[in-house]
Ligand binder design. Sequence first.
Ligand code: GLV
Ligand code: MN
Ligand code: MN
Length: 349
Amino acid sequence: MGNIFARRPGSDPNAAAVVTGSHLDTQPTGGKFDGVYGVLAGLEVIRTLNDHGIETEAPVEVVVWTNEEGARFAPDMMGSGTHQGSLDLQTMLDCKGIDGSTVEENLQSIGYAGSEPVGEFRANCFFELHVEQGPILEEEQITIGAVTGVQGISWTEYKISGVSNHAGTTPMRLRHDAGYVAAALAIEARTIARQLGGDQVATVGVTELTPNLVNVIAKEALATVDLRNTDDAILKQAEARMAAFVDATAKAEGVDVESRTLARFAPVDFDPSMIALVEKTAGDLGHTVRRMASGAGHDAQMFARNCPTAMIFVPSRAGISHNVDEFTEPEDIRAGADVLLQVMLASAG
Ligand code: GLV
Ligand code: MN
Ligand code: MN
């Protein structure tokens, strides 16, 4: 899958590794912190252990997971999900990106189609350090987030096929306007999120019209819907409402719609003792800390069902992420890495 592993051996040859890691892929319009921070901090943990000549009982391992973002090749968390058995290897390798090429072709072309079998290592536990990517820690002036879990994620792509015609001569009653249906579903996604309230969020991040001309009714439209909630039952309600709306609107407009699930992950709760360890370690180091759920998807959520897992968050300036303006203050970067070092040391013995 192109995942990259770096292991520092421990004194006990039979001990399972204490693992940390994140991802180095980015959104095309993303910043420098999302993912990269967790990988570099993992390397810094290993350097610090080396600098101080510290021997741990368990091995310490740093992993770079392939394609966490999922924007080019859906689903997201592809490398970690395949490694942890939630996603099928061959299906992921065959997955076509937005340019039509497959994951496997790309791994081969960059020399990362490795020879190790996927998922052949045991983890004692997994920690992921990450920027919050939201506004809460900054607003509350808290340095460390002890992450309690990750919300459920549902991605659907809609391909809408209508009929192109003249924008001036075609009466409204005779239109089969794919662009209208795409626009209507974007409005409906927002309405559903507002009406369900609470933690429900909805985003239409892609709309593409063909032929995309001012005076031509669109014959085709592509739209994606990203729905998330910490409560899977409410997320399912949002999905069902969206599907029913698209069906009814397509019928009324006389267009065809093909829908495809790009990603679907249930909400995940992290291990209570691991969350408590992060919280206590941050406090012991003198940092302010609060528990919080993650709004973004993370590789750590793929580990949670297989080994004790937790995440550490640090503040994001103005809560901005998936944007080149993403920024975290150096002292917060340092604080998060210190917490990571200590929780890994406590776990590796
Ligand atoms: C991953 O970046 C996500 O969409 O949460
Ligand atoms: Mn990330
Ligand atoms: Mn991201």
